[in-house]
Design a protein around this ligand. Structure first.
Ligand SMILES: [Zn+2]
Length: 304
C-alpha cells in the first residue's frame, strides 16, 4: 500500500523545485514555517483539469489516467466495507490557539500539523496533517452529489495516507423545536467558525488564522456513525494509490449563507467520479486503449 506513495515522495525529493514539479504542490505538501502559501498548478477545468492531469507531468501523474483504484468513486454497496466508528480510535485535540487557514488555489485548507490528532487504522498510527474542502462533493453518496466534502488527511511516519471524508449538506435556519428534536441538524459550529474567516483568504496564496477550533464536536459526531472504507487514491495529482479511505455516514451541516460565501471563494474543485475499483481507468477506455466491448465488467453493467 505504501510503495507507490513512497516512490512518489522519493521522486519528489529527487527533483529540484526549479523544474516546477507540480506533484510537489499537492495538498500533502509540507513546508517550512513562514514560507509562502503555494498555489497549485493543477486545476479543475480546461487544460489543467482532471482529464489532462497526467499530461501536466507525465513522469509523476501517470496514475491519474492509468490507475485502476482511483478516487473519488460512487459510494454504492459492494465498493466499500462498512465499519462502526464507535470503536475506532480517533482523537483530535482542540486548536485552542486557532489554526492556519490557507487558500491553495485548488482548495482551502486548515493546517493541523501543529495541533495533531490520531487515527488508528488496522494497527497503524496516523497523524492528522490538514483538512480541506471540495465543492461539490467528490464522492457520490449512493449516486447523490453533496454540496461539499471535507477531507481530513492523516499520514504515518512511513508516509502512508489515510483520509476521512465527510459530506457537508445544507440546513435552513432550524427552529428551536427542530434543534431540540434533531440536534445534529444544526449548522456545524466547527465549520461555521472556520468559514467565518473565508473572506480573509479570498485570493489564492493567502492565509489567515482561525478562531479557536473545538474539534470534539466533530469527533463525537463521526463516532456516532460508521465509516465506509476502501483503498483508493489521492483525488489530486499525482493520484497516488494505496490511500485508505474512510467516508463517514455522518454529514456535517452548513448554513446557506456560509455555503454561498465558501462557494464564491472555492469555485469548482471536484474530480469526476472514477470507474469501479479494480476496473480500467476511464481515460484509458476513452482513448481506445481498453475498448468497453472487451470488458467483462462493462458488459455485465450494460446488461443490467
Ligand atoms: Zn481532497
Amino acid at each position: 500500500m505504501s510503495s507507490a506513495i513512497s516512490r512518489f515522495f522519493l521522486l519528489a525529493a529527487s527533483v529540484t523545485p526549479a523544474l516546477g514539479f507540480c506533484g510537489a504542490r499537492t495538498h500533502l505538501d509540507r513546508r517550512a514555517e513562514g514560507e509562502e502559501v503555494p498555489v497549485s498548478t493543477f486545476g479543475y477545468t480546461g487544460t489543467v483539469g482532471p482529464l489532462l492531469w497526467s499530461q501536466l507531468d507525465t513522469a509523476a501523474n501517470g496514475l491519474c489516467s492509468t490507475g485502476s483504484n482511483q478516487s473519488p468513486i460512487n459510494m454504492v454497496e459492494g465498493q466499500f466495507k462498512l465499519v462502526s466508528a464507535c470503536d475506532v480510535e480517533l482523537d483530535i485535540p482542540d486548536a485552542t490557539e486557532g489554526a492556519t487557514f490557507e487558500n491553495l488555489g485548488s482548495t482551502v485548507e486548515v493546517v493541523m500539523k501543529e495541533v495533531g490528532g490520531t487515527f488508528v487504522l488496522e494497527g497503524k498510527n496516523y497523524t492528522l496533517e490538514q483538512f480541506h474542502f471540495h465543492h461539490p462533493s467528490e464522492h457520490l453518496d449512493d449516486g447523490v452529489s453533496m454540496p461539499m466534502e471535507m477531507h481530513m488527511v492523516f499520514t504515518t511516519e512511513a508516509e502512508e495516507i489515510a483520509v476521512i471524508g465527510v459530506y457537508v449538506d445544507l440546513v435552513d435556519s432550524p427552529t428551536v423545536l427542530q434543534l431540540h428534536l434533531h440536534p445534529r441538524s444544526a449548522p456545524s459550529t466547527l465549520l461555521e467558525t472556520i468559514f467565518s474567516s473565508i473572506g480573509d483568504i479570498a485570493t489564492p496564496g493567502t492565509s489567515t488564522k482561525t478562531k479557536p477550533l473545538v474539534m470534539s464536536e466533530l469527533v463525537t459526531q463521526l463516532k456516532a456513525g460508521s465509516f465506509q472504507r476502501y483503498s483508493g487514491s489521492l483525488t489530486t495529482p499525482p493520484c497516488s494509490e494505496g490511500v485508505a479511505w474512510s467516508v463517514s455516514t455522518e454529514k456535517l451541516r452548513l448554513s446557506k449563507s456560509t455555503y454561498q460565501a465558501v462557494r464564491d471563494v472555492v469555485g469548482f474543485n471536484s474530480r469526476y467520479p472514477q470507474n469501479n475499483l479494480g476496473e480500467q481507468n476511464l481515460l484509458a477506455m476513452a482513448s481506445g486503449a481498453a475498448a468497453p466491448s472487451n470488458s467483462t465488467a462493462a458488459r455485465r453493467r450494460w446488461a443490467m
